[in-house]
Design a binder for this molecule. Structure first.
Ligand SMILES: [Zn+2]
Ligand SMILES: [Zn+2]
Length: 331
């Protein structure tokens, strides 16, 4: 099969990488034909050495179940699915507490010890697969994973209708967080540097402010119940800490960040609740897509056939690029 392969130094398009063999799949696993895959900032970090990963990157996909391991449930064949990216052991104390996304021996699709989806085929445990509703297109369904990460905020924080939320950062995840909080009824202001990206939110009915103009006012007012930090920069974190109200909640969404040297005293003085937030519930994300509560379509900048995968990655690296999709079914 074709696959983008990262050897730790170079990304290449292999034409003859062995596809996962249905007869050799572990019990309970399936082989998916990749229908569409999304390039995420995490992938670009991996291609700079993050996680020390080697193999096939890619973790955002919609696929079709094309084979199941011997003895598996054949009713799954032909189903269109999204795939939860954390492959948990299912048996350890963390997994038994229902925290499989935190299993200490997990592998992670395209990120940790597991070949990902920038390929014609990918293998995954059946328990990780979620059926994609018919009303959700392939293009939309590739956003299930990052949209689930945005919905994790709603699992962790009780967002009341009308609560004042501030989202810092207009990258892909920041935009999805802002759209998700807006759909949950919060009064959202999004702060970013790119007029083109902020315009996507404005068209969806959110308030936006350019960073340069907002900085001083936000910290003077300190009146946001909820602040989501999605810039990954020390300056962003500092601004987030300054904009949250006393007894408010600060959600940290960036895994890629500089090492911060900041005084944490303001968090103590203002009794701010700090929440680290990573992967989230696929069911909530798929239902938001099916209801049309969040439409990720305007975030798509380009779709490339897999044969032009290297070009697609280059495009995703351009400053200000939004979502780049890979389509293995296209010529
Ligand atoms: Zn991602
Ligand atoms: Zn486990």
């Amino acid at each position: 099969m074709r696959a983008l392969c990262w050897d730790g130094e170079q990304l290449t398009l292999a034409e003859d990488r062995p596809a996962p063999d249905p007869a050799g799949l572990p019990a309970g696993w399936a082989r998916l034909r990749v229908r569409m895959a999304g390039v995420c900032s995490t992938d670009l970090e991996i291609l700079r050495g993050y996680m020390g990963f080697t193999g096939v990157p890619g973790h955002e996909l919609v696929g079709e179940v094309e084979a199941v391991a011997p003895g598996g449930d054949e009713r799954l064949l032909g189903q269109r699915v999204a795939c939860e990216i954390n492959f948990a052991c299912g048996a350890c104390p963390t997994c038994r507490r229902g925290l499989g996304r935190h299993c200490p021996t997990r592998s992670v699709l395209g990120i940790l010890d597991q070949d990902g989806c920038f390929a014609d085929y990918v293998a995954a445990p059946v328990v990780n697969l979620r059926a994609v509703p018919d009303e959700v297109s392939d293009r939309q369904a590739t956003f299930t994973e990052p949209l689930a990460a945005a919905h994790e905020i709603l699992e962790q924080v009780h967002v009341q209708p009308g609560s004042r939320a501030l989202v810092l950062g207009d990258g892909k995840l920041g935009l999805l967080c802002a759209l998700t909080l807006h759909a949950a009824g919060a009064e959202v202001t999004a702060i970013g540097k790119h007029p083109r990206k902020l315009a996507i939110l404005e068209r969806a009915g959110l308030h936006t402010r350019p960073l340069a103009e907002a900085r001083g006012q936000l910290t003077a007012a300190r009146d946001h119940d909820l602040v989501v930090e999605a810039t990954g920069s020390t300056a962003g974190l500092e601004l987030a800490m300054g904009a949250v109200r006393p007894r408010g909640t600060l959600v940290l969404k960036s895994t890629v960040a500089d090492s911060h040297s900041l005084s944490l005293a303001p968090l103590v003085i203002d009794e701010v609740t700090v929440v680290g937030s990573r992967c989230g519930p696929f069911g909530a994300a798929l239902s938001a897509l099916a209801r049309g509560a969040v439409d990720p379509e305007p975030l798509i900048d380009a779709v490339y056939p897999l044969s032009r995968g290297l070009e697609a990655i280059e495009h995703a690296r351009r400053p200000g690029a939004l979502k780049i999709l890979l389509d293995p079914l296209a010529e």
